[in-house]
Design a protein around this ligand. Structure first.
Ligand code: GLY
Length: 381
């Protein structure tokens, strides 16, 4: 039996896929689906999120995006009527992302990015300001131009985690609502997990293998280079959809994105702050998000504020996740997904099932720990 530590979108996807493949798994999380997956906007945008130094991440993201339609269809079927009856299903939409520019500098930067993307063979369309507004009439008149990534998509991560939990329940996969205090280590190998005391849960679970999918908290349990990166995010509510696709832009040097949901919600995100395990929603964070969103789409100020939240992304030094053997027998890593946990969840599960031999080396933890060695407790030298 394998224990999956972490019930966010990554841990639950792994558990579901392993269970479908006939493997016995148990998920451990004190509050499943409540961390970064709950805060996330759900952009499946490998193209529009690409940056100059992150080509490996682009390859991983593009491969995972290709997996999303079948992943979502199989999940909706496995989760049963609860998901199908919502009408929106998982709210997976593939209408692309529009990256817009205001000033001449923004436009020049977007032009350079377009050239870089074209060099990588990515499908992008350069648009004038008028063409942008034809696609998205609510855009500000000051938008000077844009870049459409027509293949980018998005999904509602809360619907996905709800469906994963339903599918796991239907498959009889145990979900232990407890916090893992530490990994059980014997003879240089991981043999299970010890749980923090809680009524009704065992004190430890012994296992043939442990998959660490604890997001920003992974570094508390093993010697992995994962740190929390705070993201504040706002959910607005409208009766009529304001946008037809994801819109993003850089305002006053800060990136902002707006993600429309099928039910009229508009998600505006997200700050990127290096503040440790701080999940406070601040006046400054909200102010900047709404100020920048208004520059892109002035109509957002008319919308009702439905929810504000801060989540913690699991960042790594190179922004690429750690997926695969940890170097310690019995411990597999599936963490460090930073800005791409929702996008990369299907690929992560596939890699752990051995389905992506060509891509797996790109995110192998070996790049940090080197060849196999006994694991050291955090802080040890
Ligand atoms: N993927 C978007 C974010 O992390 O804010």
């Amino acid at each position: 039996m394998e224990v999956i530590v972490g019930g966010g979108i990554v841990g639950l996807s792994i558990a579901w896929r392993l269970s479908r493949a006939g493997r016995a798994v148990t998920v451990v999380d004190p509050a499943p689906a409540s961390g970064a997956s709950h805060a996330a906007a759900g952009m499946l945008a490998p193209v529009s999120e690409v940056t100059y130094t992150e080509e490996p991440l682009l390859r991983l993201g593009a491969a995972s995006l290709r997996r999303w339609p079948s992943f979502a269809a199989e999940l909706a079927a496995d989760a049963g009527s609860g998901v199908r009856d919502t009408g929106l299903g998982l709210d997976l939409r593939a209408d692309g992302t529009l990256d817009v520019a205001f000033g001449a500098d923004d436009l020049a930067a977007l032009g350079e990015l377009a050239a870089f993307m074209e060099k990588l063979g990515l499908r992008v369309e350069r648009l004038t300001g008028r063409e942008c507004r034809r696609l998205e009439p609510m855009l500000a008149p000051s938008v000077r131009g844009g870049l459409l990534a027509p293949g980018d998509a998005w999904v509602d991560p809360r619907r996905v985690t709800a469906a994963l939990l339903a599918a796991l329940e239907r498959r009889g996969v145990p979900l232990v609502r407890a916090r893992v205090a530490e990994l059980l280590r014997e003879d240089g190998a991981v043999r299970g997990v010890r749980l923090e005391p809680r009524q009704g849960t065992p004190s430890e679970i012994r296992a043939d293998g442990v998959v660490l999918a604890a997001g920003a908290w992974s570094g508390e349990l093993a010697d992995v280079p994962v740190r929390p990166v705070k993201g504040q995010i706002v959910r607005l509510r409208s009766t009529e959809p304001l946008l037809g696709r994801c819109v993003r832009g850089t305002v006053h040097g800060t990136p902002v994105y707006l993600v429309p949901r099928g039910d009229g919600e508009l998600v505006v995100g997200a700050t990127q702050e290096e503040l440790g395990f701080d999940t406070r929603v601040t006046a400054g964070g909200l102010y900047e998000l709404l100020r920048d969103a208004r520059e892109l789409v002035p109509g957002v100020t008319e919308l009702e504020v439905a929810e504000v939240e801060a989540g913690l992304r699991p960042g790594t030094p190179d922004n690429v996740p750690l997926i695969g053997a940890s170097g310690t027998p019995g411990l597999t890593l599936a963490t460090g997904h930073h800005r791409g946990g929702v996008l990369l969840a299907p690929l992560t599960a596939a890699i752990l099932l051995g389905e992506e031999a060509e891509l797996a080396p790109l995110c192998s933890p070996e790049r940090h720990h080197g060849p196999a060695r006994p694991d050291a407790p955090r802080g040890a030298t």
